[in-house]
Design a protein around this ligand. Structure first.
Ligand SMILES: Cc1ncc(COP(=O)(O)O)c(C=O)c1O
Length: 377
């Protein structure tokens, strides 16, 4: 019984073959490892791909979010809303800059923010004497949040909207590409992400040229006219040239990979919809399927994933504990009287292998073993 990979970066590496070697070797020859020509080329390619006027590469997705908050001068006394059912980095950056994250609940069918919970969270900011300034929406597992609801709501509440698209770069919301929603977008090129590099990487997208210029300065120690002219406190947040070289090649096949990811997700949905709650994609939207996540009855999940592990099918749980329950974050406020949906789904979710190189045999095996494991649980 062969082991199936949860994410198969090796298969992609083999598919790309000499294209990666040539691109990396070119960087090894010119030796401009910091802000070399590939960095600027990648930024142009990213803008052409997603339609954002400004694309700025950076060291990772966490820095991408943090740089945007720094450029917005978010700080102590400010409240920033974000989902609790997300990766820690979404809330981490809010605390980094000295502001207060206020956690909001999500919807069980899309895993994305519930607009009602966001509205209710405004009271918590006021009760704590905090100034509500913005909302970080997360496109969890690759599907855009419901921006037709969230954009007008943020406008009504006087909040800016920052899109944490670490998992959704390449997706679309009703014809709009991720990278063009909100005043700015942050993404991650962590290797396991739909568009990943061979180490850490990230990017920021915006149409706001002034904001982009501030972020360009912030990512290189707050540089002014040159790197020994420091006009603001910044960070070392650059993307390595070698990672840019890898990403230029990977971006060329990203479109075809997204098609394959969607074919696999559809096959899973068709084959498993009668035995588990399969993920719902909003009408008119596409997902990049950073994760393909099922829901099963709480209490059954661990038996199902254990049975799958024994049969050579890896699974993962994103996320076993929502942020408002985590040691580092539980003292921060939550919307309403707690976040019941985030609490419940944390016990129900598990993700199946998802990558563009799952072949028909592996897909059949995953589906039949998953059906068997659910039936036996
Ligand atoms: C929703 C979300 N936000 C932010 C990040 C941070 O990205 P990185 O790991 O590149 O710092 C990640 C990924 O890990 C993520 O999944």
């Amino acid at each position: 019984m062969s082991q199936i990979n949860f994410i198969d970066i090796g298969a992609q590496r083999r598919y790309l073959g000499a294209r990666i070697d040539t691109a990396v070797n070119r960087a090894l020859e010119h030796c401009m490892f910091i802000m070399g020509p590939e960095v600027g080329q990648l930024e142009k390619d990213l803008s052409a791909f997603c339609g954002a006027r400004e694309s700025l590469s950076c060291a990772n997705g966490t820095d991408a979010l943090g740089l945007i908050l720094m450029a917005k001068n978010v700080g102590p006394g400010d409240a920033v809303f974000c989902p609790s059912f997300t990766f820690a980095a979404t809330a981490e950056v809010i605390a980094w800059v000295g502001a207060t994250p206020i956690f909001v609940d999500v919807l069980a069918d899309t895993f994305n923010v519930d607009a009602k919970s966001l509205r209710a969270a405004m009271d918590k900011a006021k009760a704590q004497n905090l100034k509500p300034v913005g909302f970080i929406s997360v496109d969890l597992f690759g599907q855009p949040a419901d921006y037709d609801l969230l954009e007008p709501l943020c406008e009504e509440l006087g909040l800016w909207l920052l899109s944490d698209a670490a998992q959704s770069f390449g997706a679309t919301y009703k014809g709009r590409k991720i990278g063009t929603i909100g005043f700015a977008t942050a993404t991650s090129f962590f290797p396991a992400k739909p568009l990943g590099c061979y180490g850490d990487g990230g990017a920021i997208f915006t149409d706001d040229a002034e904001l982009a210029n501030v972020i360009r300065s912030l990512r290189i120690h707050g540089q002014g006219a040159d790197k020994y002219d420091n006009v603001r406190i910044g960070i070392n947040g650059r993307l390595d040239t070698i990672q840019a070289a890898v990403l230029i090649e990977k971006l060329k096949i990203f479109g075809e990979e997204i098609v394959k990811r969607n074919q696999i997700a559809k096959a899973y949905n068709d084959a498993l919809g009668d035995v588990a709650i399969v993920p719902r994609v909003l009408d008119g939207c596409t997902s990049t399927w950073a994760q393909y996540t099922l829901r099963v009855k709480a209490g059954k999940r661990d038996a199902i994933t254990a049975a799958l592990r024994e049969r050579g099918i890896p699974t993962a749980v994103y996320y076993p504990k929502p942020l408002h329950q985590q040691t580092a974050y539980k003292h921060f406020p939550t919307s309403g009287n707690g976040l019941p949906v985030s609490d419940a789904i944390a016990h129900e979710v598990f993700s199946l292998p998802m990558h563009p190189y799952i072949d028909a045999n592996a897909l059949d095996r995953i589906v039949s073993e998953t059906r068997a494991a659910i039936a036996a649980a």
